[in-house]
Design a protein around this ligand. Structure first.
Ligand SMILES: Cc1cc2nc3c(=O)[nH]c(=O)nc-3n(C[C@H](O)[C@H](O)[C@H](O)COP(=O)(O)OP(=O)(O)OC[C@H]3O[C@@H](n4cnc5c(N)ncnc54)[C@H](O)[C@@H]3O)c2cc1C
Length: 389
């Protein structure tokens, strides 16, 4: 039996941050990671440059059954705190857009920084080790393929189920169930949407085309690019709205935000310019061609009735799509839902039912928007739990 104050399952963003903070508090800490390497998602994040935080993070950028739950942790460990850590390691970074901070170089720098901090805090990291069984008596007993541990505190930082080939498992949910801790429904989030067969056939010809749009679902809207794919729609605006979209519901796309196509059509209503050519002034030509082919066979603008012009404008500013589904957990950047927040203390992330058991990061029902928010939650929840374990 190996005795530790704290055992953390999962060597990802949240687990490592928790380990660093607990180690700094003088606790003896072991991180158990089943993959051969720690921080695999950090490595692939942000296209290899890790969008490590968002300067404007607030609870409003997170989805949870209890939207207030994340407030306390986010207030106690802010983007500025993580930025100062990044600056301490002289990691060069830049703001890409909308407060999203990326490394100038590689995401590897962030993993190395976390590894270094773990080393300074005397954290033991065991990789390639499987957890076979967990029990609790006076202490937690964690049986692993590396050895058996006794721990006063056990932290579940095993993430969500998105991208199983990167090591994601449902381990955290299984542990929650074992201890009778409630879960909310889990769904893929930040995920491409698929189209019905007929539309898929048509729009796959636009695969690779992107258009600056406002995408809305219920009362939520995001303005960024949409991207046509061979299965449907992706791009940042679609990924964002996918976390709000529910099966069977529609999304609305304003394909020309900031301009009024009615006015443009009206100004050209006596013109002999063909619709496809006029639209090509505002959209990629391929899109204008398919749009006309599907909805309004092209002819000169003066041949369209006022009613037609109104319909064209309606289609461009309020294109209604009924997605057939999503590309699922295999392609989702995050898992929506997880450990029900009412089961945890928002101050410490400790289970209300099982003393010494903590859940942090993506395994909890707190999911950020695209743009660095998910890491900010991982750092903040890890940091906070690290102070109490
Ligand atoms: C392609 C992609 C790009 C992303 N880009 C960004 C980005 O740029 N910015 C951003 O904010 N967010 C991004 N995210 C989301 C972000 O990566 C996650 O929200 C974040 O990593 C969650 O941190 P975590 O520590 O909770 O979980 P993870 O980082 O997933 O870590 C969980 C760890 O637990 C391990 N584990 C799982 N099961 C077990 C087990 N049974 N035993 C032991 N270990 C186990 C896993 O191998 C993993 O190392 C991206 C996600 C993906 C998939």
């Amino acid at each position: 039996m190996i005795e530790k104050d704290v055992v953390i399952i999962g060597g990802g963003a949240a687990g490592l941050m928790c380990a660093i903070e607990a180690g700094k508090q003088g606790r003896t800490v072991t991180v158990i990671e089943h993959e051969e390497k720690i921080g695999k998602k950090v490595l692939i994040s942000g296209g290899g440059r890790c969008n490590f935080t968002n300067k404007y993070s607030s609870h409003e950028n997170f989805i949870s059954q209890n939207p207030h739950f994340c407030k306390s942790a986010l207030a106690r460990y802010t983007p500025a705190d993580f930025i100062s850590l990044v600056e301490k390691y002289k990691i060069a970074y830049h703001e890409k857009k909308l407060g999203q901070l990326f490394c100038d170089g590689s995401s590897r720098q962030i993993v190395s920084m976390l590894e270094n901090e773990c080393k300074d805090a005397n954290v033991e990291i065991i990789t390639g080790s499987k957890v076979d069984d967990i029990n609790v008596g006076e202490r937690f007993v964690i049986k692993t393929s590396y050895g058996n541990y006794f721990a006063l505190s056990l932290v579940i930082a095993s993430g969500g189920v998105s991208i199983p080939k990167m090591g994601a498992t449902d381990f955290g949910y299984r542990i929650a169930k074992q201890f009778n801790i409630k879960l909310t429904e889990i769904l893929p989030g930040l995920v491409p949407l698929t189209l019905k067969e007929e539309e898929k056939e048509i729009f796959r010809q636009l695969s690779g085309v992107s258009i600056d749009s406002i995408v809305s679902c219920d009362n939520i809207s995001f303005r960024e690019n949409i991207l046509f794919t061979h299965k449907g729609l992706s791009g940042p605006a679609i990924l964002q709205i996918s976390s709000y979209w529910k099966a069977g519901r529609s999304i609305s796309i304003n394909l020309l935000p900031g301009l009024n196509i009615s006015e443009i059509l009206y100004e050209n209503s006596v013109s002999r310019i063909e619709l496809v050519n006029l639209l090509s002034n505002y959209f990629p030509r391929r899109f204008a061609q398919i749009f006309c082919q599907v909805y309004f066979p092209s002819k000169s603008i003066n041949q369209f009735s006022q009613k037609d012009l109104k319909s064209i404008s309606e289609k461009i500013h309020n294109w209604i799509i009924f997605p057939s589904g999503t590309e699922g957990f295999g392609k989702a950047e995050v898992t929506l839902g997880g450990v029900y927040t009412n089961e945890l203390s928002s101050k410490t992330l400790e289970s209300k039912k099982v003393k010494g058991l903590y859940f942090i990061g993506e395994v909890v029902d707190v999911t950020g928007w695209l743009g660095g928010y998910n890491f900010q939650w991982a750092w903040a929840s890890g940091f906070v739990a690290g102070q109490f374990v």
